[in-house]
Design a binder for this molecule. Structure first.
Ligand code: FER
Length: 242
């Protein structure tokens, strides 16, 4: 199905836990940069939530998966307004009790920001390998393995593969201050991160967990950015925390 965000169709999949007839909590699950809702780690995480009695709402964000918008023109503001729209959609579902947010990497950063903005309606927050370094890298002039002048941002930045990313992505990212978002969200948080993540250093998860008022940190030894080695341990950590 599609959720309409200001004229842009966002591809979404709403799934209820098996055997649940009445009301239940719901988790919104968001993928990362260049990702989509059918990636193995995203579907596995969503399945785990459903096994624990939570409905899941997976969404392809602007310019990703089967949603509208182009990759080149996506920004964190667009992903954030997508997230706010999806939260409002979920709140309007009559079977939903509590609402949770889960996101991987850039999706993890997005849910950290969205949880702060909607702190009064988000019951719990699960950032997976959250990409907190994007705003810092944008301000310092180092992103996607490249260096640039943060005061003279190129019109197009080569991204992974042969893709290009509009320089406005960097301009937007420079304005985002994650510390303020962390301080504003007081609910329970689970952060999961592999300590051999080559895309997002695990130190950011440690910093975030220390700063949140009520966080649990699960570091997965020997695992990478998308839990290529120990996805089972990620799922176990989520089950335990729930
Ligand atoms: C980067 C490293 C990682 C970056 C983005 C990511 C835009 C995001 C990763 C993900 O969402 O999986 O330098 O720059």
């Amino acid at each position: 199905m599609y959720i309409l965000d200001d004229g842009i169709r966002l591809n979404a999949k709403l799934e209820k836990p098996e055997g649940v007839q009445e009301k239940c909590p719901l988790v919104i699950v968001i993928h990362g940069f260049t990702g989509h809702m059918e990636e193995e780690h995203i579907t596995a995480v969503a399945r785990t939530f459903r096994e624990r009695g939570f409905a899941t709402l997976r969404v392809d964000m602007y310019g990703h998966g089967h949603s509208e918008g182009t990759f080149e023109n996506h920004t964190l503001y667009k992903w954030l307004t997508n997230a706010l729209t999806v939260i409002d959609y979920a709140r309007g579902l009559d079977f939903v009790t509590d609402l949770y947010l889960c996101g991987h990497s850039q999706g993890g950063l997005t849910v950290m920001m969205a949880a702060a903005m909607k702190q009064d309606v988000i019951r719990g927050l699960i950032p997976l390998s959250p990409a907190w370094m994007i705003p810092e890298g944008a301000r310092q002039g180092t992103l996607l393995g490249q260096d640039f002048d943060p005061d003279h941002i190129p019109d197009i930045i080569p991204a992974w593969g042969d893709r290009g990313l509009n320089g406005n992505y960097v301009r937007v990212a420079q304005t985002i201050h994650v510390e303020e978002a962390i301080d504003r969200y007081q609910g329970p948080v689970l952060i999961v991160h592999g300590d051999e993540d080559g895309a997002v250093p695990v130190e950011y998860a440690i910093r975030a967990a220390e700063r949140y008022k009520n966080a649990t940190l699960k570091i997965i030894p020997g695992d990478g950015h998308c839990y290529e080695k120990h996805l089972d341990q990620v799922l176990e950590a989520i089950k335990e925390w729930l």
